[in-house]
Design a protein around this ligand. Structure first.
Ligand code: AMP
Length: 294
């Protein structure tokens, strides 16, 4: 597999390939099956997939989280090499830039994503989405991808990236990909590497309670569903809830009544020890089911 460490080398290579079939999958490494699902999707849709591994410092509001973030480039390379990475019809190249390559000018930018800049992750991780937008804008500028792939695991990030592309009037197509889960239904995450096996077992309650919320959404009020979720998490000593939001899946605005939206998603952030996990489950999406049945 070709590995590029500088913008110049990568761009030199990109100038030799068809510019209308470049898929891009940005990651922070410690790759797992969730990342690989994005890469495989890109391989199906593009002749070339650029996967980046860059632990982006500007999106970490917590220094300790940045220091503790798992890094294992050799294992990442190994996983990518198992994906038929040198097949000319679905080639993968890895972009492994240094901080200087990505931020040569060290200029901090701020963005306005409306409500998306105010709720959930934005509220609990100040400037997080400025950091995400900065790095994605820079990567898009360097790579000029045809399509870029993002996981629904980071649902708000996906919404922010779509908004960024609209604001900057970019031609890249953003593809959202479903959450890949462990056998016990815990959403896969690089941060799971920092959990003990007991913590992983306890963390599986997050999805279990989200599924219960989905069932209860059929009969109980929004407030009752929220209270039940909060109380269930309280009963698991290993878990500390940071937030639960039940919101419109398009605008991410909190809802008070089910009638407030036809597309409703429950979002959570939960601490397991000092590891922060996020997850989400669609409670209902009537528009999709109606359109899907036509
Ligand atoms: P990260 O390395 O955490 O920045 O993630 C890189 C990309 O992989 C993001 O678009 C994530 O949403 C996506 N991703 C991470 N975990 C999962 C998962 N379990 N399922 C699907 N996509 C994921």
């Amino acid at each position: 597999m070709l590995v590029f460490k500088t913008v110049r080398e990568l761009q030199q290579f990109l100038s030799t390939v068809a510019s209308n079939s470049i898929g891009f999958v940005p990651t922070m490494g410690a790759l797992h099956q969730g990342h690989l699902s994005l890469i495989e999707k890109s391989q199906q849709q593009n002749k070339l997939t650029v996967c980046s591994v860059f632990v982006n410092p500007t999106q970490f509001n917590n220094k300790e989280d940045l220091l503790n973030y798992p890094r294992n480039v050799l294992a990442d390379i190994h996983l990518l090499e198992n994906l038929d990475c040198d097949n000319e019809e679905k080639r993968i190249v890895l972009f492994l830039p240094s901080e200087n390559e990505i931020y040569p000018n060290k200029i901090e930018k701020s963005y306005d994503f409306g409500n998306l800049s105010l709720v959930m992750e934005a509220q609990h991780r100040p400037r997080h989405f400025d950091g995400v937008a900065m790095v994605i804008e820079r990567f898009f500028d360097i790579i000029q991808p045809t399509k870029a792939y993002f996981g629904e695991k980071d649902f708000q990030q996906l919404a922010v990236v779509r908004n960024l592309v609209k604001q900057l009037n970019l031609s890249v197509q953003i593809i959202g990909c479903p959450i890949v889960r462990e056998a016990n239904n815990l959403a896969m995450s690089s941060r799971n590497e920092r959990l003990t096996s007991d913590q992983k077992e306890q963390a599986a309650h997050i999805y279990k309670f989200l599924q219960i919320a989905k069932q209860q959404a059929k009969t109980l009020t929004v407030e009752q569903v929220k209270n039940n979720f909060v109380n269930s998490i309280k009963n698991i000593p290993a878990l500390q809830l940071e937030y639960l939001e039940i919101a419109n899946g398009n605008t991410l605005t909190s809802i008070e009544n089910w009638e407030d939206t036809t597309y409703c998603v429950a979002f959570v952030a939960v601490f397991v020890g000092n590891v922060r996990l996020i997850d989400n489950v669609t409670l209902f999406n009537f528009r999709k089911s109606i359109l899907g049945s036509i």
